[in-house]
Write a protein that binds this ligand. Sequence first.
Ligand code: SF4
Ligand code: FES
Length: 212
Amino acid sequence: MSKNSIKEKNIIGFTINGQAVEAEEGWTVLETARYNGFHIPTLCYHEAIEPSGACRLCVVEVREGDWSKVVISCMYPVKEGIEILTDSPRVHNVRRWVLEMLLAECPASKEIQALAAEYGVSSSRFASVDKENQCMLCGLCVRVCNEIVGVNAISFASRGTSKEIATPYKVPSTACVACGSCVTVCPTGAMQARLDQVRGDISQRTGHGHAH
Ligand code: SF4
Ligand code: FES
């Protein structure tokens, strides 16, 4: 949906950090916040792909009448009269907890380390399964490959703690067109390390998008 202009109908008014804002019905809190210049940190969000709510870093506090709750802003639809707080103490507490979880899951990701440091998180209470892991299994790389590029070079493989992003049979994919979109959308740096495994030896390609 274009955010270049707000059409006259179905306009919703509410506040973000005390500032009155307007949005079209159907926009999410994250979309509206960005449109109005408010920063909300995200990892698994990409505007070309439907949000999945995988990382939970984009949490904000919503107040409505007597109650308040913490919601995932990339999926939460705007509503008339609500108050959104993007940086309240409650929001920061939840974000720090999310970042501790992510640090434990992806201890080798410099991107996550940097985000965690912004929130004063340098270590995690949670145990790491793999000290070398950078992938948080958000699935953005798989979805951009399938839904945007239109090839199916990579997918989720295995289950449970062995779940990972891989090519079929973990051999270089003949479907891969080496476009690099998966690397571009990956928020943690994990896909960069896997690209050679996905596309194979680029010097061996025929120019028809096939690896040998
Ligand atoms: S490689 Fe990157 S984009 Fe793909 S699932 Fe892992 S973190 Fe997400
Ligand atoms: S950016 Fe909203 S859940 Fe990841």
